[in-house]
Write a protein that binds this ligand. Sequence first.
Ligand code: PGA
Length: 239
Amino acid sequence: MRKYLIAANWKMNPPPKGWDAKDSPYRPQEKIEVVVFPTHLDLQACAKAGLTTGAQSGRPEQTGAFTGDVSMQMVQALGCRYVLCGHSDRRAFHLESDAFVAEQAAAAITHALIPIICIGETETERDAGKSKAVIERQVKPLKLTNDCIIAYEPVWAISRGDPNRPAATSADAEEMHAFIRSLLPKDLRDHIRLLYGGSMKASNVKELLAQPNIDGGLVGGASLKPEEFREIVKIASEK
Ligand code: PGA
C-alpha cells in the first residue's frame, strides 16, 4: 500500500494564515502524509513548529561558491525531511538540466532527504506529441531508490496564479502516471509514489486520487488557501 502524500508548494510566498495553528491543515495528519514546502527563509520556523517540511531546492555540493543557493546538507540540518528536485520553475528559470536534477536527487538521498523529483512536458512539447519522450528523457538519468517520489507536473496545467487553468483530466493524468510507472525499475515499481501536480484543487482531487497510479498531489496555488487545502487533505484522508 502506498500512503498518500499531499505536498503544499508555497513557492515564493509567505506561509498562509494560520499555518501554525493547532488545527492547521498543514500539520501532520493521521491517514496521509502532509508536507509543506516554504521558502528557505521559513523552513526552520515550520520545522520547529512541528510541520513536516521540505525545501524547494538544494544543491548537491556541501558548500562552495554558489551565490543564492543552499545545499542538501544545510536543509537537512534545519530539520527538513523532503526536497523538491527539478521543479519546472527551476528548470525554466535556473536552467536545471535532467542530469543536474538527477545529481540533486542522489545528493538528497545521501543526506537522508526524500527527493520529490518533478517531471513534466511543456505545452509545446505536448502539442508536438512528445509528452512521453520528454518523460522518458527526464526519468532515464535518475538513480532511484524505494524512498524516491516522482511528481508528474505537466507544465501546461500548472496554475501560475491563474485559478481557472484546467488541470489534466484524470484519464490523461492516469495514462501518464501508468507510463511513468512502467519506466521504473521492476523492484521499485510498486513502491515509488507518483504525485500529480498542476491545478490540483478541492474540486478535482477526488477524481485524480481515484486513479490507480496517482498516490497524492503536489499542490501550488490551492495550498495557499488554508480552507481549500483543508478540504483537499480531508478528501485525500477519506480515500
Ligand atoms: P499549481 O502548482 O497547483 O498552482 O498548479 C503546482 C506546482 O507548480 O507545483
